[in-house]
Design a protein around this ligand. Structure first.
Ligand SMILES: [Ca+2]
Ligand SMILES: [Ca+2]
Length: 91
């Protein structure tokens, strides 16, 4: 199944309570603080799963702006990267 990002709340105030800013080139995208280290990619670049204490295994698509996917979806037969990079080097 192709996974798409939930873009979170866009504005910190819309998250209600604590918000985490994804950062990267796409500025101003926030996700609820509860999305950090929850094992799901909420930020485009996976910043929410790359914080101290996270154990989520990530892989990255070959894009100008790194797009994160879960390591578990690499070579699963479905293109999860927009460019299909996660399936490009599978046997
Ligand atoms: Ca997350
Ligand atoms: Ca895949």
């Amino acid at each position: 199944m192709r996974s798409r990002l939930a873009l979170g709340c866009l504005l910190a105030a819309a998250c209600g309570g604590e918000a985490f800013e994804c950062g990267g080139k796409v500025l101003g995208v926030f996700v609820p603080a509860s999305a950090v280290c929850d094992g799901r990619i909420d930020c485009w670049g996976g910043q929410d799963e790359r914080q101290d204490g996270c154990t989520t295994a990530l892989s990255f698509c070959d894009q100008p702006e790194p797009q994160a996917v879960l390591a578990s979806v690499v070579c699963d037969g479905t293109a999860d990267c927009d460019d299909g990079f996660d399936e490009a080097s599978c046997e």
